[in-house]
Design a protein around this ligand. Sequence first.
Ligand code: IVH
Length: 672
Amino acid sequence: MSNSDEIKRIEELRDSLHRHNYNYYVLNAPEISDYDFDMLLKELERLEALHPECDDPTSPTRRVGSDISNSFEQVPHIYPMLSLANTYSVEEVDQWADRVRDGLSGQKVTVVGELKFDGTGISLIYEHGRLVRAVTRGDGEKGDDVTANVRTIRSIPLRLHGEGYPDFFEIRGEIVLPWASFDRLNAERESAGEALFANPRNAAAGTLKLQNSAEVARRGLDAYLYYLLGDNLPFDNHYDNMMAARSWGFKVSDAMTRLHDISEIDAYIRHWDTARKELPVATDGLVLKVDSLVQQLNLGFTAKSPRWAVAYKFKAERALTRLRFVSFDVGRMGIITPVANLEPVLLSGTVVKRASLHNADIMRTLGIHEGDMLYVEKGGEIIPKITGVDVDARPEGARPVEFVANCPACGTPLVRVEGEAAWVCPNKYGCPPQIIGRIEHFVGRRMMNIDGIGEETAAQLYEKGLVRNIADLYDLTPEKLLGLEGFARKSAERVVDGITASKDVPFERVVFALSIPYVGETTAKKIARTVRSLDRLMEMPAEQLEAIEDVGPRIAASIVEYFASPVNREVVERLKQAGIRTEMPEQENAGPVSDALAGKSVVISGVFARHSRDEYKAMIERHGGKNVGSISKKTDFVLAGENMGPAKLEKARSLGIPIISEDDILSMTGEE
Ligand code: IVH
């Protein structure tokens, strides 16, 4: 690569890593595997070392992700929460052990071997044997205070047992969602038409950030602890400290063990490479730590990770199996996804029969032929993917598998959206899987929240001609449903009750429920809050739509096209007549609806049960109050939820500022 190519590549890598970082830490929706991410990061580190003139403090190599969301109070970490350097082979681990020994001038080193749990990191603070605070990793310097949610995790002691613990200490570990809870949660989400969690890590991170601790408790999180920090620890080595922590009531994995030389380290790695498949929780590797705290101190840290520890990442599990045929799924937006149907093969404890081939480009790059032997991989992700072809095993005369030219469901010639990898069936109003998919989406929990209609029922309703578009749902009666498989009087009545109740679903969810291409949940909210009425939205020209935050030319054009269709206009007209909400209520318009809080400065702190923080903020403004960020003499009162930060509490008390609860504010504003 020439010099200028390298510099260009640095920028490309930074852009792409920033995006992947955001997908991973903020959205909890990674698009690439951890391994691929690490490879990109390594490439960037290498190029940056060659080009010191490109130094940039905002480079992805300089930071450790961020998972901060707005709804929890941010708390600084006492000790920064760093990450671990990764290795992918026994050789690299051996090189790390050599570096450690060199760094300690050849001293004898004992290493502690541990599992690397694939969940979300947590820092717990204990004072006088009681849990006082739980904070996520955040950006490594500060994280979100999630104490209220963490308290619901049964394996985390709220009061310690035994004796010998310091008055004040921190313990770190990983919050995980065990496979059994993960499977149950995804099964529930599937039947509710909600998006599935890709892996237990995302599910654990998402659950920990829920506003509703009761729901957190229900999901069945668990926690393994692996790092004790503080000034007065009972022992001078990591292993004994962790065993002490176990005696105080913490869950410390049985896999934690002392390793005395390279051969024991190698044997440990070989053992867990297979034994981990039997574990009840997801792991993505092992962690090796220098046992002696004095040696840890001497080795110290680099900017990002300790020199005294290293992660060994398991290779994604891979199997080789024969392709039976490629089928093509049709999504609710008409997007065609090629799927490899395989000879069943055992992979990470489950039998795999289908794996996504994503799109025509990926399929072509793989160069799949009929009857090929394919490599299937399952990393941390739950959906297996095809990663390669064993070309040597190709049957003689096998023909390449072609992407379909026509929709497999309705036969319409496919079209390709400019600049995108996806092929789409344009027969929006006549292609059954698209219509059924839209019905399923409409009734989903985050949309109209109509219980009792899953994929199968939606298909039955369509096939029996009872529901041919979303507006037809409002003509259903218990009698009509009784004709369907699996319905009894009670369940039929429940569905119809759910349909009636859906008329009260807020307008912003109605906008999302309509399945306007490219309009996701967040965009739908922004559109609803800005435009405030379906009638206005239907007539809005593209230029005006583009003035809305997050709406670019592509989304604007898609909205205009959606409402230009006579079919959609008729459906919307019928939905209006059925009585669903097609407007944002007046009281949510700017401007106070009362002066109950006129002139009052209010600080909000903590987690709330009945409304979100943002809703309380809007409520305060509607009633003439002002939201302020920090407590001062001028603050009139503090609205406190569960788990208000101790610093804020102290400050409010010392200034004599009243602290009110959410019930108080609801009765003060009359919004009960
Ligand atoms: S020790 C300073 N031990 O992996 C080192 N981390 O990639 C602190 N993790 O952020 C971490 N299992 O969330 C450590 N047995 C284990 C671990 C572990 C999982 C996570 C942790 C950390 C990440 C680093």
